[in-house]
Design a protein around this ligand. Structure first.
Ligand SMILES: N[C@@H](CCC(=O)N[C@@H](CS)C(=O)NCC(=O)O)C(=O)O
Length: 209
């Protein structure tokens, strides 16, 4: 929505204590949900596609083949998220080691997509943000934060993913899409989940009193 310069209001929901009004409108009990007048839309991809069809500028490529490939890579986000979250949300060293051992497979697939996308970036489709960028940006943003503490260096083997993450995190449209207290909530979430990354945040004195 920020890339489309559209007026909107954000209501943040405490996912640990979901309010009734939210459970009434969110069919899966998950965020995000978009309210358009009196209509409710859910699922990130469905919302992104709706916005792209209704609010210019079009972020999807004009070419149907390129558009289908963009959608295919957006569909891959859950696998990518699962692989990176196995590292970020690991609660034991053993789980972390397993996450680090398994994640390269998923990251390599995205590296392959970037290698064969037919442009030099910095974004997925070249010099303009796309829905693929919007879909991967939040995970990459969170993973780079986790990496500050875990320092697995896992992205060093994937220069295209690393460069893409860097480009996305240099774009205020991407980084500004989180709540003002995002950094603080991010730490709190890791402490609450007792993650290995969280223990390192705590050791660095990042835990809010
Ligand atoms: N496929 C959904 C996934 C959404 C999702 O997993 N949202 C998480 C936060 S990132 C959530 O609301 N979790 C709360 C819960 O599952 O109770 C989408 O892309 O919109």
């Amino acid at each position: 929505m920020r890339a489309k310069n559209v007026d909107f209001e954000v209501t943040y929901v405490n996912l640990q204590d979901k309010p009734d009004w939210f459970l009434e409108i969110s069919p899966h009990g998950k965020v995000p949900v978009l309210k358009v007048d009196d209509e409710i839309l859910f699922e990130s991809n469905a919302i992104a596609e709706f916005l792209d069809e209704t609010v210019p500028p079009r972020l999807h490529p004009e070419d149907p083949i390129a558009r289908a490939r963009n959608r295919a890579w957006t569909d891959y986000v859950p696998d990518f998220v699962k692989a990176l979250n196995a590292i970020g949300y690991a609660t034991t060293q053993e789980a972390l080691d397993e996450g680090i051992a398994n994640a390269p497979k998923a990251i390599a697939r995205v590296e392959g997509a970037l290698a064969s996308r037919g442009n030099d970036g910095p974004y997925f489709n070249g010099d303009r943000l796309s829905l693929v960028d919007a879909a991967y940006g939040p995970m990459l943003q969170r993973f780079l934060l986790v990496e500050e503490h875990l320092q697995t260096g896992i992205l060093n083997d994937f220069p295209l993913v690393k460069a893409w993450a860097g480009a996305l995190l240099s774009n205020e449209l991407v980084t500004g899409a989180v709540a003002d207290n995002f950094a603080e909530e991010f730490v709190k979430n890791h402490l609450r989940r007792k993650t290995v990354a969280g223990s390192k945040m705590e050791a660095r004195g990042m835990a809010a009193e």
